[in-house]
Design a protein around this ligand. Structure first.
Ligand code: ZN
Length: 296
């Protein structure tokens, strides 16, 4: 298993965002947008869906790193056996290590959840260990909704990006947790449909979510967990849109450069925050309504 040393004190240490004038203005402008019902076309072929995601990564020449993998059922089994044996955490870690395999993300099995909504996807990192400095990371199956649609290939890419980032321990602040996964699911939308219709639907769904999160900011008595997650969700969404526009309106060389930097992130040589800094992406300069709604 891979050892990860996450400094939780820094990772979760930030001032939750508040509804300042500029966010308030953004909220007002989003409130008059007509989100309506966004029509999402269904597809029914799992093979086509996964092939689209594979082809997308090939198109951009992105090499994904292998991840330590274990079947979720095996973890449950190890846990039961360990409880019977001595209930000791280090013997559980040994048991799990014996079953661990290194797999490329596309070789990690997918579980299709019939109870999940059309936009659902998840990756499953499992941290095992008693002390932060000894924490070990292993991944289990990806989960996707069984309601396949034109969005699912992008959702699959989104979850793969999460797992690669977690594996590389590449994010310094939880506020930026969703920046790159959202960036990638939008890029898949554009790759699948260069006419930007699918991208438009994707962005409308994101803006709807942004609007909801901005409303939540006004709620009193938010728990610290809620305010942490709302702050992350708003920050990530805004920065992601900014980064995405820098990419698609950049020159070919700019694009190659950014993909190289992203590759370096997965390889563990670069932090996500380095990429944001290099492209001058900040929370303050990512609240531009015009740029946020550029494709809509
Ligand atoms: Zn995500």
């Amino acid at each position: 298993m891979k050892k990860v040393i996450k400094n939780d004190d820094d990772y979760y240490k930030f001032e939750p965002i508040t509804l300042n004038d500029s966010l308030s203005n953004l909220k007002k402008r989003l409130s008059v947008m007509n989100f309506g019902k966004i029509p999402i076309a269904k597809i029914n072929n799992r093979y086509t869906m996964t092939k689209q995601t594979r082809d997308f990564f090939k198109h951009y020449d992105i090499i994904l790193q292998k991840l330590p993998f274990i079947k979720y059922k095996t973890i449950e089994k190890c846990n039961n056996e360990n409880i019977k044996k001595d209930g000791n955490l280090s013997s559980l870690i040994d048991l799990i290590s014996e079953c661990e395999k290194q797999k490329y993300p596309f070789d990690i099995p997918l579980i299709y959840d019939k109870n999940a909504s059309i936009e659902y996807g998840a990756f499953r990192p499992i941290y095992i260990g008693e002390h932060k400095k000894d924490m070990q990371l292993i991944f289990s199956e990806y989960i996707l909704t069984n309601k396949l649609s034109e969005l699912t290939s992008g959702i699959y890419a989104h979850e793969i990006i999460h797992s690669e980032l977690e594996n590389a321990n590449a994010i310094k602040s939880y506020l930026n947790y969703e920046v790159l996964p959202i960036f990638f699911d939008k890029l898949v939308s554009l790759y699948l449909d260069p006419s930007k219709t699918l991208l438009q639907k994707n962005e409308l769904l994101r803006l709807k979510l942004l609007f909801k999160s901005l409303i939540l900011l006004e709620k009193e008595n938010l728990s610290s967990f809620e305010s942490l997650n709302i702050s992350m969700s708003i920050t990530s969404l805004l920065k992601s849109e900014n980064l995405f526009n820098k990419f698609i309106y950049g020159t070919n060389n700019d694009k190659i450069d950014m993909i190289n930097d992203i590759q370096n992130i997965f390889d563990g040589n670069y932090y996500l925050e380095d990429l944001l800094q290099k492209n001058d992406i900040t929370f303050d300069n990512s609240q531009n309504y015009k740029s946020l709604t550029k494709h809509i």
